[in-house]
Design a protein around this ligand. Structure first.
Ligand code: ZN
Length: 248
């Protein structure tokens, strides 16, 4: 059984990432990991998260936080807390870690999937929340299935040319399974491992089963207080620490 673990927005939260990997491995061996961007930024263990994903030879695309962490883009477009965290991250990454992040592309194809952090229209910045953004993305998607992150909210978009909107958007809950059909184009967002924002504080991720042709969304509890303590010790902004408990 070929199983691929799909993670996004790990945000340097190693405790959450380890919980996701443990939970995934308990369901059977992991054959691959795909990371949809923002593996660093906000959280206290950026280098450790990069190393963990590299260890799995994960297919990774860059998000806005990878770019900010290396200085490839400025932090003017970040809110003050995000900018503080980006600066903190930048000071802690080694030159090797930065060149690794700089080498990541913004769009990557893996079998029938296109991986991108935001949307294909605006890879590291656009939030795919609306049918308008989804249609813009679909117009550029050359594979049946797309995988995006950035919003930190698990979601499924199904193309439906017969409907007025052109597609339908659904929130995904823990345990929900999506059957893939080659003839129905879809975009899936696995939610965020390291900083969920849908009101559920548990780490969010998805598992793609290539034989069953399905993707299942999962939530897993992790020791939020351990990450929060590391963030406090690092002097990271208070709101970033508090929001982990709320999942907002
Ligand atoms: Zn993010």
């Amino acid at each position: 059984m070929a199983r691929t673990v799909i993670v996004s927005d790990v945000h340097a939260n190693l405790v959450a990432l380890e919980a996701v990997l443990r939970a995934s491995e308990s369901g059977g061996p992991i054959d691959a990991i795909w990371s949809l961007g923002d593996c660093v930024g906000y959280g206290p263990q950026p280098g450790e998260c990069i190393a963990r994903l590299k260890g799995f030879e994960a297919a990774m695309v860059a998000g806005n936080h990878e770019r900010a962490a290396t200085g490839a883009i400025g932090i003017e477009d970040f809110n003050p807390d995000a900018a503080t965290a980006a600066q903190w991250t930048k000071e802690r990454l080694s030159p090797e870690e930065k060149s690794f992040l700089d080498a990541l592309t913004e769009v990557e194809q893996q079998s029938r999937f296109t991986l991108v952090h935001g949307t294909l229209r605006w890879p590291i910045w656009e939030y795919l929340y609306s049918s308008e953004a989804a249609l813009g993305h679909f117009a550029l998607q050359q594979t049946p299935f797309g995988l995006v992150g950035h919003t930190h909210v698990p979601m499924l978009v199904v193309e439906d040319r017969t409907s007025f909107e052109g597609c339908q958007l659904f929130r995904l809950a823990d345990g929900e399974k999506v059957d893939l059909d080659q003839n129905v184009r879809m975009i899936l967002n696995p939610g965020s491992v390291g900083q969920p924002r849908d009101g559920d504080a548990r780490a969010s991720y998805a598992v793609y089963d290539a034989e069953a042709m399905s993707i299942t969304l999962h939530r897993v509890e992790y020791a939020i207080d351990v990450t929060q303590k590391l963030m406090t010790d690092a002097g990271l902004p208070r709101w970033l620490i508090e929001r982990l408990s709320a999942g907002r």
